[in-house]
Design a protein around this ligand. Structure first.
Ligand code: IMP
Ligand code: MG
Length: 200
């Protein structure tokens, strides 16, 4: 039996590539593609090779939820292709973006895997102020990890508040709000297979 939703997706995806370079969602919200599913796939293979060169030992991969879950799922499969067999655990962090409380990060759900004397690779979707990634990195170091490395899909360089760079980066991102490939706007659009911005 045909899945009507999937058929619709195929139709719009074809329109996007063929005509406008844009993707029209069913409820009339138009999302402009910034990084396509295909180019992300290629880039992730490259990242996996770079990560493999770092020779991380007894590796624990820690994706930061929720935004990195799709990126992490693809990257971890690419790591397999690069000969890496990591353990995986998830941490969920919330950062407060209000003017008065900037920089405060809270653990919503912690990992329950020991990190002592092992290498850790933290994965996140976007490195913006740096508070989230710095918090996660410091936490793993404080718990006794040997090496803590970081891999992010996107970096917005202009808004950094903490001095931190990702060890592995897929793309620099222009300074506008992006959705898709795990990232949301008010809990929507995580399911899009590409990174886009809401047009108009
Ligand atoms: P920061 O580096 O602590 O400022 O936090 C970056 C986090 O903010 C990311 O992990 C995202 O969850 C969120 N974020 C920042 N910019 C965007 C965006 O353009 N779209 C979706 N989420 C974003
Ligand atoms: Mg996030």
């Amino acid at each position: 039996m045909e899945n009507a939703g999937y058929k619709l997706f195929e139709l719009h995806d074809a329109q996007k590539t063929r005509i406008t370079g844009r993707y029209m969602l069913v409820d009339d919200i138009e999302i402009e593609t910034i990084f396509s599913a295909n180019e992300i796939k290629v880039r992730i293979e490259e990242l996996a090779e770079q990560i493999s060169s770092a020779r991380l030992q007894n590796l624990l991969v820690v994706p930061i939820l929720k935004g990195s879950f799709i990126f992490a799922a693809d990257l971890i499969r690419a790591l397999h292709g690069a000969g890496i067999s990591p353990e995986i655990d998830f941490i969920s962090l919330a950062s407060y973006r209000g003017a008065a409380t900037s920089g405060q990060v809270e653990i919503v759900r912690d990992i329950n895997t020991p990190v002592e004397n092992r290498d850790v690779l933290i994965i996140d979707d976007i490195l913006e102020s740096g508070h989230t990634l710095a918090f996660a990195k410091d936490l793993m170091s404080a718990r006794g990890a040997t090496r803590v490395m970081t891999c992010v899909l996107l970096e917005k360089p202009t808004k950094r508040a903490v001095e931190i760079e990702a060890d592995f980066l897929a793309y620099q991102c222009p300074d506008f709000f992006v959705v898709g490939y795990g990232m949301d706007l008010d809990h929507r659009f995580r399911e899009l297979p590409f990174v886009g911005r809401i047009a108009g």
